[in-house]
Design a protein around this ligand. Sequence first.
Ligand SMILES: Nc1ncnc2c1ncn2[C@@H]1O[C@H](COP(=O)(O)OP(=O)(O)O)[C@@H](O)[C@H]1O
Ligand SMILES: [Mg+2]
Length: 267
Amino acid sequence: MNAMSPHHENVTEIDARLSGGYVPAERKFYFVKPMLRLEEITKIYHSGEVETTALEGITLNIDRGEFIAVMGPSGCGKSTLLNIIGLLDSTTSGSYYFNGSNVAGASEAKLANIRKENIGFIFQSFNLIHELTVAENVEIALLYHKMSAKERRARVHEVLERMGITHRADHRPSQLSGGQQQRVAIARALVSQPKIILADEPTGNLDSIHGDEVMQMLTELNHDGATIIMVTHSTRHASYAQRIVNLFDGHIVTESTNRRAEAFADA
Ligand SMILES: Nc1ncnc2c1ncn2[C@@H]1O[C@H](COP(=O)(O)OP(=O)(O)O)[C@@H](O)[C@H]1O
Ligand SMILES: [Mg+2]
């Protein structure tokens, strides 16, 4: 990500007043905030007498256009982290800046609105509604958007085409293979044109061919500008990401930059 990118929406201009006089346009300074910033986030679940600390002291910056893989053993807090990033779950303490404003403690209505405008989710088990057709499953993601039925259908058609499943539009999810069901789920995540895609083990229920296909699609979306945060157990699939965050027992233990994917992204 180029920090000086002129189309970065988070750029705050430090204007001439700070330096006491006129500064030519090309010499202006820019202060770039990350798109997402988690600051000392802790999440404790209470169920009955039992307290589980799922995350503790998580500080993480995510820039627009990044592709991040989150790894770590089962139960270490990966899904909790993704759900907090996606505003599906609340934090116990800490701050979460979404496009610069702290959303920890915001109302559910406000969070729903931010989610609708910004975030698409992809899950390991697809989470499709079995009573609905493929096209209806995708269209559902647009129901809370102000949009005519005609425009909705056009968007659904376009995204089904992109995923290569137009011929399955009137089928039920149970009539499709796992790989096809995940394409429908990706189509549903994409149809609202989110800037951020959160994927929780998206290849976890797929064979290696369909898993690779999903990784190709995510890579393409990232090249088209989407920010992607993906949980995975596969080191091979993590290698598609530019940055790998390793969690253990609710803590970030290591963060590494994947030079190969980074070079690819900048090309
Ligand atoms: N809704 C919940 N209520 C109580 N405990 C939970 C809940 N969700 C997750 N946990 C606990 O929090 C910890 C982290 O879970 P999770 O984020 O799902 O881990 P991962 O995705 O890495 O497998 C686990 O100990 C899990 O049992
Ligand atoms: Mg999980």
